[in-house]
Design a protein around this ligand. Structure first.
Ligand SMILES: [Zn+2]
Length: 266
């Protein structure tokens, strides 16, 4: 594990058994830090992040570059982190990192991309509505203290990310840019790279591609333990939920335990 000049942490893994490279970039901010009036904003941003940047403005640039080098990419938004990951033939690694870095530095958040991706987010939400595990976990989250970010709905849907902002006159491009400016900086990022380049070569490559990502300007994201989600009226509850006919019977007992974060070594 090393740290780049701007504060990005890098974990390099040397693996010469493959001609492919794999990398992931984690940004330590997730849906817990959504603005209260825009639940799902971090998730929507994740969908739009690689669909046009100042340096590579074409919407399909990243996808086309990756697929022309035997690659693909995906991403996910968690409560306290957003993770972007890809695999690509080693010959396409440098170009892929250039495109990822450009997107993370200066994404465009085009209106046409927004209008399409907000529907993709809505589609995910509707799929979650028939997923037993997702519904149960959302129910548990709703039992958390209202002041906790755990109480917050993180997926988002068409109503919350399109209809309501439109009715209130919220500029969504400005909201996305604002979230990006507040939370996407070098100190919040960790890069993991695995390929057949030596560890020194990996460090030089990532440094050359990611040193432009700005540092020193980030806000603190919200986290799980502050305030504590399960205290007072939010514990000691017994909840029964009407299930869909296809769902299995299930009883869930949940305990809140103290955060383990301070015991993490990195
Ligand atoms: Zn999604």
């Amino acid at each position: 594990m090393t740290t780049l000049s701007n504060g990005i942490r890098l974990m390099s893994v040397y693996d010469n058994r493959t001609m492919d490279a794999a990398f992931a970039i984690a940004v330590n901010v997730g849906y817990f830090s959504d603005p209260p009036e825009l639940p799902g904003l971090a998730h929507l941003m994740e969908h739009m992040m690689f669909l046009g940047s100042k340096e590579f403005p074409a919407e399909n640039e990243v996808d086309e570059f990756l697929s022309s080098h035997r690659g693909s990419a995906n991403a996910r938004t968690e409560a306290e982190a957003t993770v972007y990951f890809a695999k690509v033939g080693l010959e396409g690694l440098n170009g892929s990192l250039a495109r990822f870095s450009a997107a993370l530095s200066e994404p465009l958040f085009n209106t046409t991309v927004y209008e399409r991706e907000v529907h993709a987010v809505d589609e995910e939400h509707r799929e979650n509505l028939v997923n037993q595990d997702r519904v149960v976990s959302e129910l548990v989250n709703q039992l958390a203290d209202e002041r906790s970010p755990l109480h917050h709905f993180g997926t988002g849907n068409l109503t919350l990310l399109y209809d309501v902002p439109k009715a209130k006159g919220i500029d969504m491009a400005a909201a996305l840019r604002d979230f990006h400016r507040r939370f996407y900086c070098a100190e919040r990022m960790t890069v993991v790279l695995r390929c057949g380049l030596s560890l020194d070569e990996q460090h030089l490559l990532i440094e050359s591609r990611f040193h432009d990502i700005r540092s020193g300007t980030c806000e603190q994201p919200r986290n799980f333990q502050n305030p504590s989600p399960f205290v007072g009226a939010s514990v000691g509850n017994y909840v029964r939920m009407e299930a869909r006919s296809t769902w299995r019977p299930e009883m869930i007992l949940t305990w809140a335990v103290p955060s383990l974060k301070e015991h993490e070594s990195w």
